[in-house]
Design a protein around this ligand. Structure first.
Ligand SMILES: Nc1ncnc2c1ncn2[C@@H]1O[C@H](COP(=O)(O)OP(=O)(O)OP(=O)(O)O)[C@@H](O)[C@H]1O
Length: 294
């Protein structure tokens, strides 16, 4: 993928705050139509990177192109092709859900139908309610609705489901899948690794301002990190653990050896969260690692 055919193209990106490098040399391409998850502990540099891509923050160094345009020079035309769901929008809430969406929609050349957007985020029953009267999770759904009403080609989602109940998260995932099916490119930052595993095609892990791994969502961290683990307690009462590609065979041999059901038997397939934690522990500088597990 080259800079010209990528939806997002980043080379040598750095952002300094004083002498501190919040982003310290990132290279990344995101293809059109791809859903890309940016993962990393608190303070790793995710929001800084995304805000540079959105044109909200000025970079110190490097080359950045978003939908073929340098975000530092993106005009209204470019902005109308992008949807943004920030960590918190800070809408004060005198308007109703329908009113605020109508206002936002009027800013875009080809907006989505407002009623469809309200239905997509599951707020039909609250369409005429003022934002201030909505629960935190419902307000978050309004943020998501505002991000998609302009029919963006590229959607940035910064921790979109914080405050959602489990049912709302699943509804939101369905919405993202339908946006993806329509060809929308999505850049997602999230601390919910199950969310990244559900939605993303690829992921990048940022720690200490650097991209420490990038790859397919089912490949990141390498094959070794995904080898299943069999755990049981042996005849002497000692815990045992084997990493194996053939957990069934290991279980069968343990059963044969013990002459019956092994105590404490578990077969564990490392989740994206396990793999992510291992990656961040192995690569982050001490301060960032502490922050990650504080
Ligand atoms: N305006 C600022 N001035 C100075 N330092 C900043 C500023 N914004 C962010 N930083 C620092 O840059 C680093 C990266 O912050 P950033 O917000 O990009 O992290 P993040 O990965 O998005 O974290 P989180 O998961 O908590 O949202 C942090 O050390 C943070 O303290």
């Amino acid at each position: 993928m080259t800079g010209t055919d990528a939806a997002v193209h980043i080379r040598g990106l750095r952002k300094l705050y004083g002498t501190v490098a919040a982003v310290d040399g990132i290279d990344l391409d995101i293809a059109h139509g791809e859903t890309f998850a940016l993962l990393g502990p608190n303070g790793a540099g995710k929001s800084t990177t995304v805000e540079i891509l959105e044109g909200y923050r000025v970079r110190t160094e490097g080359e950045v192109s978003v939908l073929g345009v340098d975000p530092a020079r993106g005009g209204l035309d470019w902005k109308s092709r992008i949807g943004i769901v920030l960590q918190s929008t800070g809408e004060t809430g005198l308007l109703t859900v329908t009113e605020i969406l109508r206002n936002f929609a009027s800013l875009y050349p080809n907006p989505r139908d407002i009623d469809e957007v309200i239905a997509a985020v599951g707020l039909e029953a609250k369409a005429k309610t003022r934002i201030a009267k909505l629960s935190g999770g419902q307000q978050r759904r309004v943020d998501v609705a505002l991000g998609i009403v302009g029919r963006p080609e590229l959607l940035f989602l910064d921790e979109p489901t914080t405050g959602f109940d489990p049912e709302a998260r699943r509804q939101f995932w369905q919405l993202i899948r339908s946006l993806k099916a329509d060809g929308t490119t999505i850049v997602l930052t999230t601390h919910y690794l199950d969310e990244a595993a559900q939605l993303a095609d690829r992921a990048g892990v940022i720690a200490g301002g650097r991209l420490v791994d990038v790859g397919g969502i089912h490949e990141i961290g390498g094959a070794e990190a995904r080898v299943p683990i069999v755990r049981w307690v042996d005849a002497g009462g000692a815990p045992r653990e084997v990493r194996t590609e053939e957990p069934g065979l290991v279980v069968a041999s343990v059963v044969a050896e013990l002459g019956g059901e092994p105590a404490g038997l578990e077969v564990i397939r490392p989740t994206l969260e396990d793999i992510y934690l291992q990656l961040v522990r192995n690569t982050a500088p001490a301060a960032t690692t502490e922050e990650a597990f504080a």
